[in-house]
Design a protein around this ligand. Structure first.
Ligand code: HEM
Length: 199
């Protein structure tokens, strides 16, 4: 508990934006891969999200569905590690107090959203990880064997809708959080967003 200044430290700012970018990318990837057919032919290169920006080469032939699911799992584990570091950092460092200009209701909403975001930052990757562990294919981290699949359909079928549901709740809370940040920037014209930037 060392921080007393009115802005977030560099560590907090870097972790916030790195995780924010990763989380948004995971939502895009999650929705993209869910619609992929199970019977598409195998390939050795993937034009990421069909955007024509980067083609990811693979060492062996793999179906698009398996490629994108593996990517989602690999990124998911990486971001989960970053989130755990962030939480460790957060419990050992006090964040700056909210701006004094906030109304009582705004203060409550912002604090509740921040706490919920921490909870969901754990619940979403954790439910996904459990689902993958109880699935057939297990978890690889960018091609390296990480956790073997237990192939337990009953447990998997509990965590699949859980992962989707907590994901949707996460998206709703993120939307409220972003709308709040934009309101402070463009309506209240206060320093909220500046506190979460590097200069
Ligand atoms: C991309 C749009 C986003 C914007 C514009 C944004 C903006 C901000 C700002 C300005 C603050 C500081 C509020 C204050 O003055 O106290 C903040 C805090 C926070 N943000 Fe975001 N954020 C975004 C995305 C996210 C995402 C995706 C997550 C979750 C993964 C997240 C999690 C948090 C948390 C947990 C805090 C509270 C930090 C603390 O005090 O412990 N944000 N955000």
């Amino acid at each position: 508990m060392t921080q007393t200044s009115s802005r977030y430290t560099k560590t907090a700012v870097v972790l916030h934006w790195l995780i924010a970018i990763f989380v948004i990318a995971m939502f895009i990837l999650g929705w993209f891969m869910a619609d992929l057919p199970k019977d598409a032919p195998k390939q050795t290169g993937f034009d990421l999200l069909n955007l024509g920006i980067y083609t990811w080469p693979t060492s062996e032939e793999i179906s698009p569905r398996a490629f994108y699911f593996n990517l989602h799992k690999s990124l998911g584990i990486s971001i989960f590690a970053l989130i755990l570091i962030r939480i460790l950092w957060r419990v050992t460092h006090k964040p700056p107090a909210l701006l004094t200009t906030y109304k009582a209701a705004e203060r409550k909403l912002a604090t509740a959203a921040h706490h919920l975001l921490y909870l969901l930052m754990v619940a979403v990757p954790l439910s996904g990880l459990i689902m993958a562990i109880y699935g057939k294919y297990g978890v690889k981290w960018f091609g390296l064997d990480f956790i073997a699949g237990l192939d337990n359909k009953a447990v998997r079928e509990i965590f699949e809708p859980t992962h989707e549901l907590v994901g949707i709740v996460f998206l709703v809370v993120i939307t409220i959080h972003v709308l709040g940040a934009l309101k402070h920037k463009f309506i209240d014209k206060d320093d909220t967003l500046k506190r979460m930037s590097l200069h």
